[in-house]
Design a protein around this ligand. Sequence first.
Ligand SMILES: CC(=O)N[C@H](C=O)[C@@H](O)[C@H](O)[C@H](O)CO
Ligand SMILES: CC(=O)C(=O)O
Length: 322
Amino acid sequence: MLCGAAAHPGKDSSMTPRKKLEGLVAATVTPMTPDGQINLSVIHQYVDYLVSEQNVKNVFVNGTTGEGLSLSIQERKQLAEEWICQGKNKLDHVIIHVGALSLPESQELARHAAAIGASGIAVMAPFFFKPTNKDELIAFLQKVASEAPAVPFYYYHIPHLTGVKIHVEELLDGIKKQIPTFQGVKFSDTDLLDLAQCISKNESKQFAFLYGVDEQLLSALAIGANGAVGSTFNYLGRKTNLMLRAFAKPDLPLAQKYQFLTGEFLNFVIKLGFGVAQTKAVMTFVSGIPMGPPRLPLVNASEEFIIKAKAKLDGIVWPDGD
Ligand SMILES: CC(=O)N[C@H](C=O)[C@@H](O)[C@H](O)[C@H](O)CO
Ligand SMILES: CC(=O)C(=O)O
């Protein structure tokens, strides 16, 4: 059942202020109908699946995995509303990615996310005309963040897709003065030196450092990441949660085992060609929820990919015997 159309779904139920974001955050795919329209009707089921089957209670909507930059502003708003509305009393955090190439569009999305009660907003660097230094990037982020002055703000660092390689360590230096709502980083890069410097220099500031390269999450946890935002937690959330638990215990050999096994699957599919289209296909066969095709320029995963990926996943023997 749809609920996003209800008047101001989150108005009286703002999810701020909340405990610090930690643990796993699923970067949601955007369900689509076979003819390429967004399919809001399965989000209710999607929320229940993440909570009950994957033990994941945080989502990151309209990001890379959600094809956020391929959606219209109207579609992004509808998705944000539906996730927040369906997630009410079920999800802990619904973070809405509001980054866009156009500053006024990004600001509009930030205002909208605030009005519907998002528990956080995230923004990636604009990637056609790019900021060339820290000050330009901060200026852009600041103009978006200030449109949602009561909503925690996260910078979404994904340099291999944006081409904006400004070190996060540099960006964070003094950021609270310019962006008082600054709350953390979604760090989707393999530069663990940069991440480590961010963490060590901001220890007392209560920022959340959420890692975004799922296949090496354990390494990021070891240097102090608070959690992770990723596409694979849609279908490997339960297993990755067991890795987090083993790490916290600490049972490092067990945590490594989980990382090796999730890595074995990812290494296999990455070699076949792995992106958002393939994530949608995997999520469809694992959850049984029809996520549909991706939007052009992305194209459907091949049947061959689906058969091979399914066989690989089914063949993994997990330490918990599952
Ligand atoms: C480019 C991309 O989508 N990265 C995701 C998050 O940032 C990750 O969750 C990856 O999908 C995942 O680590 C698999 O490579
Ligand atoms: C993976 C991720 O965080 C995203 O899809 O935006």
